[in-house]
Design a protein around this ligand. Structure first.
Ligand SMILES: Nc1nc2c(ncn2[C@@H]2O[C@H](COP(=O)(O)OP(=O)(O)OP(=O)(O)O)[C@@H](O)[C@H]2O)c(=O)[nH]1
Ligand SMILES: [Mg+2]
Length: 227
């Protein structure tokens, strides 16, 4: 089984430079970058490391997933953000689980031994919202013991076959992660997870303000309910 690491970037030059040496290149068969029109030299940085950079046809992070599966050939893809949120040491865990036969794996920030960026706050609005989305999806679509624990985590991996089973043609641009989780529950694609510790963004600003992502996640839920 050939496994590729796919990095999503939009103006992540400084973070890319810092994270680059921490990526275990030897664990995967290929590395690709899907870039959403960065204007800070992000693409140039990755190209200088001899890593292929692809653009995207559809908008947002959702469009990046579509481009990833269309532009590459490997049997499984692991998705990674280079902004400091994701621990590159987890790449090894994804590779092992894929090789064991798991088809959809999420690095969960919501289970025992995991850490979420809000865990040292008393009020955890983003975490609670995420957990609410998980409860709703599990009640409506969970069956045969299939369930999700972290609906909005982008640190995940799929086999190409599992991706096809989700039947997502044009992904939601802002909330593709929840969309994939719901489709997996709907179509019986087994979700595996392991605990991860979320880090803080190093440089730059989020492209995902909470209010906008919250609204888009609810839109995804509604669309999946009525379709
Ligand atoms: N290819 C592509 N990547 C994107 C796009 N928008 C954001 N990204 C990248 O996707 C990842 C997730 O976006 P973030 O802005 O970090 O969202 P977040 O993790 O919810 O927010 P933070 O807490 O600030 O890290 C980052 O690596 C971004 O650079 C896009 O339109 N296309
Ligand atoms: Mg981030």
């Amino acid at each position: 089984m050939k496994v590729a690491l796919v990095i999503f970037t939009r103006n992540e030059r400084k973070n890319s430079e810092l994270i680059y040496s921490k990526i275990p290149r030897n664990l995967v068969d290929a590395i690709y970058v899907i870039d959403g029109n960065s204007n800070d030299g992000t693409s140039e940085f990755w190209k200088s490391k001899r890593i292929k950079v692809f653009g995207q046809k559809y908008k947002g992070v959702g469009g990046a997933y579509e481009s990833a599966f269309r532009s590459t050939k490997e049997d499984a893809l692991i998705f990674f953000h280079p902004d400091g949120n994701m621990d590159p040491k987890d790449i090894n865990k994804f590779v092992k689980l894929l090789k064991k036969g798991h088809e959809f794996i999420v690095a969960s920030r919501m289970i025992k031994r995991a850490y979420n960026e809000e865990d040292d706050q008393i009020l955890k609005p983003r975490k609670w919202f995420n957990q609410g989305l998980a409860i709703i999806a599990n009640i409506i679509w969970g069956r045969n013991g299939n369930k999700c624990t972290d609906t909005t985590q982008g640190y995940r991996a799929f086999t190409r076959n599992a991706w096809k089973k989700l039947k997502i043609n044009i992904p939601n641009p802002v909330a593709p992660d929840y969309e994939q989780i719901i489709r997996a529950l709907k179509y019986n694609v087994k979700i595996a997870d392991f605990p991860t510790k979320e880090g803080k963004r190093i440089h730059g600003e989020t492209t995902m303000p909470s209010f906008k992502t919250g609204r888009e996640n609810l839109k995804v839920l509604w669309n999946e309910l009525i379709s």
